[in-house]
Design a protein around this ligand. Sequence first.
Ligand SMILES: CC(C)(COP(=O)(O)OP(=O)(O)OC[C@H]1O[C@@H](n2cnc3c(N)ncnc32)[C@H](O)[C@@H]1OP(=O)(O)O)[C@@H](O)C(=O)NCCC(=O)NCCSC(=O)CC(=O)O
Length: 445
Amino acid sequence: MALNVIKTSRISPATTLLEPLILPLTFFDLMWLKLNPTERVTFYRLTEASSHEAFYSMILPKLERSLSLTLTHFLPLSGHLKWNPQDPKPHIVVLPQDAVSLTVAETNADFSRLSSKGLRPETELRPLLPPDLHVSSDSVSVVSLQITLFPNQGFCIGTKVHHVVMDGKTGSKFHKTWAHICKHGTMTTPRDFILPTLLDRSVINVPSRLEQKVLELMSDKDSCLKLSPCKELYDDVFRITLDVSQENVDKLKERAKNECSDDLHLSTFVVTFAYVWTCMVKARGGGEPDRPVRFRYAVDLRNRLVPSVPETYFGNCVIPIVLGEYKAKMFLGEDGFLNGVKILSDSVKGCGSRGVESLWEQYEEGKKNLKMGTQVLALTGSNQFGIYGSDFGWGRPVNTEVMSIYGNNMFSMSARRDGTGGVEIGVALKKCEMDVFISLSTGGL
Ligand SMILES: CC(C)(COP(=O)(O)OP(=O)(O)OC[C@H]1O[C@@H](n2cnc3c(N)ncnc32)[C@H](O)[C@@H]1OP(=O)(O)O)[C@@H](O)C(=O)NCCC(=O)NCCSC(=O)CC(=O)O
């Protein structure tokens, strides 16, 4: 696949910032200081009438103008992460001249194949992501974007976002706001993403000692702005999207109910996560049944804190939940699915009743005690974000993929494109494990 970079521009917010905007990182932001950026690609099909010329004369200028307008509501995205030597913690700073880097590229690749849900090599999708976040001696940018045209077929928006600046909920709101402004030319307020965004950090009400704890665990100050080295990308990693229909979700819920009389929290999230994790453990092989496995997901605390955090809050309000250590054999047998459901059901129930400090302590302990060789299966994204609602004026996305799961042990979740319930699960695995995963996951439904 050939990729030709046409231009790289800097898109600034359509507002005049008279003074720098300084946003201290909260406990929930600091947690993600060392994490690799969240990466996503989203594909849009163009109609036959949208020629190559129309893309450059009409579509691209519209995308650029609406991005600039959107950034006025999401100002921190054009800024940088900085940590001054005299400050106890880092902050995001937005200077009047700051802008977001937008790369425009063209490719001769087959749009239909790359944007399909079928098996695709990871290496063919990664060029659709923008260049890495710009790191200088004392700061790092927080967002990088790329729009790639597939002439006469469609285009793709690739994003890299430093997780310290926003979580998945704020991120999907950004994407949907950009789409809405592009389609309608203005920000009439749709019900599901109320503007303006709230930058006030005082709405995050957690014990102040937690910030110190997270800083101790996450960083040494000298190297705080360097992200962890990227995970190695193997040539033989493939990606697939597993479509779990509402009917299949209902069957999984029914199966859990029939196998267990306990009062379980049987949500779509719980049953599909448990189902996929048993397939992932089995895909690794049953040769070492005593090997340690862990599971990780994030919980949104906006409605679980007291007082709750307004829906309009811009930033992070999620905390990772680590489940384990378990032995692989617990998920290899007939009762593997039910074991997963019980663990997750208890965990989700606990998120509502346990305080933030207790959730943090569990995570901290897990991070410190991680044994070498543990298979950590992590879930990213959520079926509650409605990411397929981002229509820029040329229809809903044909596909959207979280790309930062290439590390071979992560998978992503979103609601399905057609809005008829169920979920999509994005998986990236080495080919040998992928073959087993496909036969197990499709066979079991
Ligand atoms: C902790 C959770 C994952 C748990 O999700 P759940 O869907 O299980 O639970 P929920 O409380 O939200 O409730 C919704 C579902 O539970 C059902 N439900 C509620 N009470 C129930 C009960 N007593 N018994 C059975 N079902 C019940 C509802 O009908 C619905 O099901 P049904 O669904 O079947 O209709 C979620 O609450 C959450 O916080 N999601 C957001 C996570 C997030 O933000 N992730 C992104 C992290 S950042 C990231 O990853 C990076 C990035 O993306 O950029």
